[in-house]
Design a protein around this ligand. Structure first.
Ligand SMILES: [Zn+2]
Length: 417
């Protein structure tokens, strides 16, 4: 048999390959063996009819928190965020550190069916309990040489460096930690991913001007570095609290090749997103930013409810895609934020992010439902979207996974009154 599987009759959207149309995809031994307008259905052991569905290069979530157990309640199960949600690659943002990367490899990356990568934490301890205790994240809790060494020794796993530029940290240590994070990124030859907005409360008796913070931070960033949470509902995002417009310094950064990751999480605000997109800034990558405190979990206990991120509107990667689609980005642009663009951000465009013969068969199949769907953010705004993207299944290196994760939120269709 020339093929193990044929995905038949799906609408393939693959921005990196400039492919947008109906194609059959043949898969053999975990690799893509053919992409043709039509393949002989008798030439495969198994044919999956995907007519009416959309076939994408395996989706890449640039912002996950999947260092399960080690990061306490913060870390989600990697395959629930990954293959069981139709996502073939998940990048953990800042969970593992130079000290805990071996555990991340042995207990997360290796056993997971999902392709697991990370942006290693700039801090020695990594993202324990979701950076719950700010005193663990000061400049004295960073070791540049150790982190550079571990990043360089583990290029198959470590694709960047994660640090935070937020108001609580700045009230304690200024931008010292970010500067060390930048030093690590330079030493490792990897991009720096910066969290914007608020994470910790300000130190008592201090006040940080969020606009000033952005003005000091952004010039530190180089081409390939990533600004995350541009649409944050917290102060310190792309919109100046003084002028209500996009910070001029953000434009300058984008011009020199700094990119933008949505990092949806509990930060996403429709109002901010609408304003930033209307100003002409489109996110390069998406990033769901799901973690144990911001997704619906069966047993919400006290510790969780005390967390500032608790109780957000249900979301995941495809829900975030539906939101930026609703905000006016074209479907191929939306697809690029979870395929071609993250592959570039990771420096892996030769391996993932597009469907090409000879590559590992990482393929995501989604559906676009038409109707009136309720989409909400965490600042209390909700919209009615006409189209809702839901995952159907994925193939990871040719292996089939139905999108059965409990983390996929239901498509909430509004009933006409
Ligand atoms: Zn995050």
């Amino acid at each position: 048999m020339p093929f193990d599987t044929i995905l038949q009759g799906g609408h393939v959207i693959d921005p990196a390959a400039e492919r947008d149309g109906v194609f059959d995809i043949g898969i053999l031994d975990g690799k893509i063996a053919a992409i043709e307008p039509q393949l002989d259905a008798n030439a495969a052991r198994e044919v999956r009819d995907v007519a009416g569905k959309i076939v994408l290069p395996g989706m890449i979530d640039t912002h996950g928190h999947i260092y399960q157990h080690v990061t306490g309640k913060f870390g989600l199960n990697p395959d629930m965020v990954g293959v069981q949600s139709g996502v073939t690659t998940v990048v953990d943002q800042g969970g593992p550190s130079c000290m805990t990367l071996p555990g991340f490899r042995a207990f997360i990356a290796q056993p997971s069916k999902t392709r697991v990568l990370c942006f290693i934490s700039a801090y020695l301890v990594g993202g324990l309990e979701g950076h719950y205790y700010p005193e663990l994240y000061g400049p004295d809790q960073v070791n540049v040489a150790h982190t550079v060494r571990v990043a360089r020794e583990n290029p198959d796993l470590v694709r960047g460096i994660k640090a935070h530029a937020e108001i609580g940290g700045a009230s304690r240590w200024g931008l010292d930690v970010i500067k060390l994070g930048k030093e690590i990124a330079r030493g490792a030859g990897l991009p720096l991913y910066i969290h914007l907005g608020q994470l910790w409360p300000e130190k008592e008796g201090t006040h940080i001007d969020p606009d000033e913070l952005v003005r000091e931070l952004v010039p530190l960033m180089d081409a390939g570095d990533v600004l995350a949470h541009p649409f944050t509902r917290h102060p310190g995002g792309f919109i100046s609290t003084e002028t209500g417009d996009v910070h001029p310094i953000v434009w300058a950064a984008l011009e020199r090749g700094v990119t933008v990751d949505v990092g949806h999480g509990s930060h996403f605000s429709f109002d901010m997103a609408r304003q930033v997109i209307a100003a002409g800034i489109k996110p390069f990558t998406l990033g769901a930013d799901m973690h144990g405190y911001n997704v619906k979990v069966a047993a919400a206990d006290d510790d969780r409810t005390k967390n500032p991120f608790f109780g957000v509107a249900p979301f995941n990667l495809t829900n975030a895609m539906s939101k930026i689609l609703h905000l006016g980005m074209a479907l191929p642009e939306v697809v690029a934020t979870v395929t071609a663009n993250p592959a570039k951000m990771l420096g892996m465009e030769d391996r993932i992010g597009t469907l090409a013969v000879g590559r590992e068969a990482d393929v995501s199949v989604i559906e676009i439902l038409d109707g009136n769907f309720d989409l909400s953010d965490n600042s209390g705004v909700s919209v009615t979207a006409k189209r809702m993207i839901v995952p159907s299944f994925c193939l990871r290196a040719g292996e089939f996974f139905a999108a059965t994760s409990p983390l996929v939120p239901p498509a909430l269709e509004k009933i006409a009154a």
